[in-house]
Write a protein that binds this ligand. Structure first.
Ligand code: NDP
Ligand code: 8X3
Length: 256
């Protein structure tokens, strides 16, 4: 174990989290990686250690399980507690339905993951950052947390909550010198839509028809950039979309 910087990334088995793992690894960070799919977590960890000569500590848990989150992060070995960066990213949309037609189980999954799980992870990591008076929390919001769109109801609400909590954490952690950054991407082609549409690949793919969407790597580059600024500089809130998208509603498809 070296004295290199450490990043903890949730949702590192896919999409933004996985791309962040590669971006931070190639810049010399040691990594604590979370996700529920243990096989993927192991594969990614092995590849990163091999390719980038860094150390990886796989930390599988479901962010919805309060005891698992606090237990796993709270009992990290001493040498893994000096976490410099948290990418608080694990999250999902489930369903895209009109309010009166939506499934309450879908709402529960989104609220439990995107709000409660998000809070547990941030709080558990903060216990290691506060005594050091140092650290950077990157919270994964969305354009869906800036503007509500049709049939976005509860997913949008969870990302509005992330936006509010991002502001709240920044205010409350100010006295501990901890940076807090909200990242709000627009449409990015990851496994997000496949999860949202419950495995319906055709509908998932149609979300990106006629646009050149963001890639996970685009988002990871921006997240990493936010961590490279001098200690006295913090990007508080950052919205990024592909050039064919203005916000959570307006897209220009099939541009000539
Ligand atoms: P992916 O589906 O590709 O990745 C989601 C990640 O979250 C996976 O690694 C998944 O891992 C993890 N995850 C989901 N639920 C849990 C859980 N209960 N416990 C632990 N890990 C969990 O999607 P994205 O990379 O696109 O999404 C990442 C974040 O970005 C989400 O918060 C999403 O809301 C947000 N976002 C996505 C956008 C997009 O267009 N793609 C745009 C704006 C924001 P596993 O299944 O192994 O647990
Ligand atoms: C994911 C982007 O526009 O599907 O947060 O809500 S969107």
């Amino acid at each position: 174990m070296s004295s290199r910087k450490i990043a903890l990334i949730t949702g590192a088995t896919s999409g933004f989290g996985k791309a962040c793992a590669f971006k931070f690894a190639c810049n010399g960070y040691d990594l604590i990686l979370n996700g529920r799919r243990v096989d993927r977590l192991k594969e990614i960890s092995d590849e990163l250690e091999r390719k980038y000569n860094i150390a990886v500590y796989p930390l599988p848990f479901d962010v919805r399980e309060e005891n698992a989150v606090f237990g796993s992060i709270g009992s990290l070995p001493e040498e893994w507690r000096n976490i410099d960066v948290l990418v608080n990213n694990a999250g999902l949309a489930v369903g895209r339905d009109y309010f009166e037609e939506a499934d309450v189980d879908d709402w529960n999954r989104m609220i439990d993951t995107n709000v409660k799980g998000f809070l547990y992870v941030a709080k558990a990591v903060t216990q290691w950052m506060v005594p050091r008076k140092q650290g950077h929390i990157i919270n994964m919001g969305s354009v869906a947390g800036k503007l509500v769109y049709e049939r976005g109801n509860t997913y949008c609400a969870t990302k509005f909550a992330v936006d509010a909590l991002n502001q709240a954490m920044r205010i409350d952690l100010l006295r501990h010198n901890i940076k807090v950054t909200g990242i709000h991407p627009g449409a990015a082609e990851t496994e997000f839509s496949l999860v949202r549409f419950k495995g319906d690949g055709e509908t998932a793919a149609s979300v990106y028809n006629g646009i050149k969407a963001l890639t996970a790597e685009d988002v990871a580059d921006v997240i990493y950039y936010c961590t490279t600024l001098p200690p006295h500089v913090c990007i508080n809130d950052l919205v990024l979309t592909c050039t064919h998208q203005a916000d959570g509603i307006y897209m220009h498809r099939n541009p000539s």
